[in-house]
Design a protein around this ligand. Structure first.
Ligand code: UGA
Length: 426
């Protein structure tokens, strides 16, 4: 039951901003979303969503039809005299020194600072370093509320509508409560905190996940060398509720638009206050080693030299269910192979177009044709059911390197292929 309908402005229509806007409209609020990209705004007005996010396009269209969701060009156009909360959802990319680049956030605030009605709260959704709320407070005469999101790409709508928790933090507690109240229909535990703690929750959570994955990737490498099976090992670990079953899958390294950026930023935050964070640093280093390990395996399968070898890649997105290539381990590996002189052909069910140095094809069988090695880099379920006999006929070599432990090895072996997982016994 929706008790209040609030007037909300959302600036930035990337996957966080658009999900936030469409979902807030779906739970009854009136939302105006702004973006500087006029082409994108007109596509959104027509109900066209560029990003692949299950359920999002439908929510956008429903919001438009219900008159609760609008799209405008430029942040100032989103602010009205009755706007109650402004959400900042613009990118905070990693700057040259690893710190988060806040220029987009600050430039929006400069644009709208004088337009904000009294009592309008500014909520930061973009992941911003601890202390940002205070810093922004000095720029505008409005309460700043840190309201980190915990959305995973590929399940952002579902995560938004069924949150584990809502975190809001501000030195202005009533403003934090007003922002928290927007989510009341979702009936999630709501933490009203100070701004620094709210900002810290996000980094601490994402970096914990990064450390967990680096740990599991290192365990997988160890399993390989001692002849243990990482699938069995992580199952055995996961029964312990203190560890949990999720986020224990080894892979080609962790990537995406969040984990690498946040891990680097938190190391930077720590250094800026005179603290080393060797644990997190080594999680980042381990992630690079994971990629080097994949390349070593490819080299072995190519009899020592990658130069001139034809290599087929299955998957390029940083994880299945998205078409996002940002900081994708698959792309890093593809680039490294190209740099070593390989001829790389890739197929990803969600990606088409041009990629420099790589031949991108629409058909998985085209990607494996003539390949000495095939590497599975994204865990798309459709790769499981490929016709491996056909793959074997098309390939020039035998090795299928399954960096996601996605495939069932038996059909590959029957087809005469050599299947290699990560941390799986041969
Ligand atoms: C991550 C967090 O999971 C979200 O909670 C957070 O809100 C989001 O960042 C954010 O800061 O916005 P996301 O980047 O969408 O979400 O992707 P994840 O599902 O966390 O995957 C991150 C990386 O870890 C991917 O490269 C994925 O392939 C890898 N991964 C994940 C594994 O290698 N093994 C696993 O078991 C899980």
């Amino acid at each position: 039951v929706v008790r209040v309908q609030r007037k909300i402005a959302v600036v930035g229509t990337g996957y966080v901003g658009l999900t936030t806007g469409a979902c807030l409209a779906a739970i009854g609020h009136h939302v105006v979303c702004a973006d500087i990209d006029a082409g994108k705004v007109s596509r959104l007005r027509a109900g066209q969503v560029d990003i692949l996010e299950p359920g999002l396009a439908e929510l956008v269209r429903r919001g438009l039809d219900a008159g609760r969701l609008e799209f405008v060009v430029g942040a100032p156009a989103a602010i009205h005299t009755d706007t109650e909360v402004l959400f900042l959802c613009v990118p905070t990319p990693m700057g040259a020194d690893g710190s988060a680049d806040l220029r987009a956030v600050e430039s929006v605030l400069r644009e709208v600072g004088d337009l904000l009605p009294e009592d309008c709260a500014v909520a930061t959704k973009s992941t911003v370093p601890v202390g940002t709320a205070d810093r922004l407070s000095r720029m505008v005469n409005a309460p700043i509320v840190a309201n980190p999101e915990f959305l995973r790409e590929g399940s952002a709508v579902d995560d938004f509508l069924h949150p584990d928790r809502i975190v809001v933090g501000s030195s202005d507690r009533p403003a934090a409560r007003r922002v928290g109240a927007l989510y009341e229909p979702l009936q999630a535990p709501t933490l009203i905190l100070d701004a620094a703690s709210a900002e810290m929750v996000k980094y601490a959570a994402n970096c914990f996940l990064a450390v967990k994955l680096s740990y599991v990737n290192a365990i997988a490498q160890l399993c390989d060398r001692v002849g243990a099976d990482v699938v069995a090992v992580t199952e055995g670990m996961g029964y312990d509720p203190r560890i949990g079953r999720s986020f224990l899958k080894p892979g080609p390294g962790w990537g995406g638009s969040c984990l690498p950026k946040d891990a680097n930023a938190l190391v930077h935050v720590a250094e800026s206050v005179g603290l080393e964070f060797p644990l997190l640093r080594s999680a980042i280093e381990q992630n690079a080693r994971q990629q080097a390990d994949v390349l070593d395996r490819v080299r072995q399968a190519c009899d020592g030299t990658i130069r001139g070898a034809r290599i087929g890649l299955l998957g390029l997105a940083f994880k299945a269910g998205t078409n996002d290539l940002r900081d994708s381990p698959a792309v890093r590996i593809a680039d490294a192979l190209v740099a070593e002189g390989a001829e790389v052909t890739a197929h990803d069910p969600a990606i088409s177009g041009e990629l420099s140095g790589i031949r991108l094809v629409d058909d998985p069988y085209e990607a494996v044709k003539g390949a000495v090695v095939v590497i599975v880099l994204t865990e798309w379920p459709e790769f499981r059911t490929l016709d491996w006999t056909r793959v074997a006929e098309l390939m020039d070599g035998f090795t299928v390197l399954d960096t996601r432990n996605l495939l069932d090895g038996d059909p590959l072996t029957r087809a005469g292929l050599t299947w290699r997982g990560m941390g799986r016994p041969v």
